[in-house]
Design a protein around this ligand. Structure first.
Ligand SMILES: [Zn+2]
Length: 137
């Protein structure tokens, strides 16, 4: 395809911008493949308003043979909190190998709702240790 001239203003796409994953060329949303490299891997850059409806979350668990529980759990992304009926950004890491618990939650406005960083053993000990006090010798 031969491009003609450069003096005509190209149409702007206000809501959604499409970019080639391979070479980064700007594509038209109508393009099936990249005119530069032919790749069909496209990257869609949506505007903020569109993003609000795109909820994404990653849950990852790292398991090793012989261990019942995953040695590491990571949850990252959008999480719906029923208490407040709001979507929050959550980042949680449970690291059983290094005895570490990390949890960071922000609301949609970027305010920190919750932040915990402590040894995992300490975190799990909360609450469950109380019942043992009734056991008296
Ligand atoms: Zn390309």
């Amino acid at each position: 395809m031969a491009e003609t001239g450069g003096n005509q203003s190209y149409p702007k796409v206000p809501e959604v911008a499409v970019q080639c994953c391979e070479c980064g060329a700007a594509l038209s949303p109508a393009d099936d493949s990249c005119p530069q490299c032919g790749s069909q891997n496209r990257h869609i850059l949506a505007s903020d308003t569109v993003n609000l409806n795109l909820k994404e979350r990653t849950d990852a668990k790292l398991r090793v043979p012989g261990r019942k529980k995953p040695i590491r759990e990571v949850r990252s992304g959008d999480n719906f909190f029923h208490d407040t009926q709001e979507w929050h950004q959550i980042h949680r890491v449970i690291d059983r190998e290094n005895d570490r618990y990390y949890e960071h939650i922000e609301d949609r406005h970027g305010n920190v709702v919750h932040h915990v960083e402590q040894p995992l053993t300490q975190h799990q000990g909360r609450g469950s240790a109380k019942g043992k006090r009734s056991l008296r010798p």
